[in-house]
Design a protein around this ligand. Structure first.
Ligand code: ATP
Ligand code: MG
Length: 389
């Protein structure tokens, strides 16, 4: 018996993007995610996507797991593809869904005929298959409202598909459908979660990380790579730019008031990220900032940070509690990586008493002693590119 994966898309029809483009993008993303697993055919018809293995012995478990992380998919399930013949459907259903049928107490059958030449109408398929199941699994009862198991039969052009309950998909919109944005990623808990949230809204990610060797070591960078790998399981490949940041931090530390160190440093981060964003065709920045979490995340500090960016800054965590952020980070498996103890560039120079309500004109005056354009250019020249997938 042939087994395939059936997928339903989520919020497709919106956004002035036409449905066709949207579906093509989603299929392209699925194909990319399956590429190294062997040969699969990905198609769509009647708002259902079908992933069919074209070789023997492909790892369908792994394919399913990968597809369950593709944004734009609202639900998915494995299905048996059998001949379009009611007896073939009868014979296959019990054995194929045996585990679920044994575990369930109640069930119902749903049927759909895309092929109107099929001799039985949908209600007839339901009642005949239902009776057969009741015979073979006498512990079961029919419940059409809230069954433990819904058996779904769809008669299509080539096959009839039989499936049990669907699994929830990753939801959101296909990555790329909203354009691209540059993510500022530290090694912390927040920024990978912010990345995941915005990729879910259809943004393709380019990542920017500021490293401060020798204050920060290769382990801090490895942490960022590992975090992005987890995010990339959802977002697809991510280009990571690692920027040398030590000189800028030392210059600020030497020449600017201690209590403004953080806000001036964050303005540099924004300026450099904007330069990379523009080269990479990104239309926004993404950070993991959350209101009042630390001194640099008060309204006044965020206003100073915003002023340094000519692009919109997306802060998806702005209104979230840490607890809820951690919940997501556990779900996407970044939490355990984020809590590895390596210092990131901010912890080292952080002043004891940062100004929590910085005033933009004083911040600008304080940083004006530095040659900002030259420092930005020098940092950009030291950028290292790596592709994470
Ligand atoms: P996170 O948990 O994401 O590190 P945080 O709560 O520690 O965030 P900050 O250190 O103030 O907060 O950083 C706020 C945001 O600034 C981060 O979420 C990230 O987007 C960005 N950021 C901080 N440090 C770096 C860095 N070294 N490289 C790139 N971006 C950074
Ligand atoms: Mg941090």
């Amino acid at each position: 018996m042939k087994e395939i994966i059936l997928l339903k898309s989520g919020e497709l029809a919106l956004k002035g993007l036409n449905r066709r483009n949207f579906e093509d993008l989603l299929m392209k993303n699925m194909r990319r995610r399956l590429k190294d697993l062997g040969s699969f055919k990905v198609t769509t018809a009647q708002s259902t996507f079908t992933v069919e293995p074209l070789e023997e012995g492909l790892d369908l478990d792994l394919a399913f797991e990968r597809l369950s992380r593709v944004f734009g998919i609202s639900a998915l399930s494995r299905a048996a593809a059998v001949a379009k013949d009611i007896n073939a459907i009868f014979e296959a259903t019990g054995p194929y869904l045996a585990d679920s049928l044994k575990a369930a107490s109640t069930f119902k059958v749903e049927a759909k005929r895309a092929d109107k030449n099929f001799p039985l109408k949908s209600p007839e398929i339901c009642s005949q298959l239902g009776s057969k199941i009741l015979q073979d699994f006498p512990h079961l009862k029919v419940d059409v409202r809230q069954p433990d198991l819904t058996i779904n039969v769809e008669v299509r052009d080539k096959y009839a598909f039989i499936r049990g309950n669907q699994t929830k998909g990753a939801g959101g919109l296909p990555v790329g459908s909203s354009g691209r944005a540059a993510l500022l990623i530290s090694g912390g808990i927040d920024s990978p979660v912010a990345a995941w949230m915005m990729a879910k809204r259809g943004l393709e990610l380019v990542a920017v990380h500021f490293a401060s060797p020798p204050y920060t070591g290769p382990q801090a960078e490895a942490k960022v790579h590992d975090l992005l790998k987890k995010v990339a399981a959802y977002s697809g490949r991510i280009a990571l730019f690692t920027i040398p940041f030590t000189k800028i931090q030392e210059e600020i530390s030497k020449n600017c008031p201690q209590e403004l160190f953080t806000v001036i440093m964050r303005r540099f981060m924004m300026k450099i990220a904007v330069e990379i964003a523009e080269k990479e065709d990104c239309k926004a920045l993404i950070t993991g900032e959350s209101l009042a979490q630390v001194a640099s995340q008060t309204i006044q500090a965020l206003a100073c940070t915003d002023d340094a960016s000519t692009l919109p800054v997306f802060r998806p965590l702005i209104g979230m509690d840490k607890e809820d952020v951690i919940k997501i980070s556990r779900k996407i498996e970044t939490f355990d990586i984020s809590i590895r103890p390596y210092e990131d560039c901010c912890t080292i120079f952080t002043p004891k008493r940062p100004r929590t309500r910085p005033v933009l004109k004083f911040v600008k005056a304080a940083e004006s002693v530095l040659d900002i354009p030259a420092l930005v250019v020098e940092a950009l020249e030291g950028a290292q590119l790596m592709i994470i997938r």
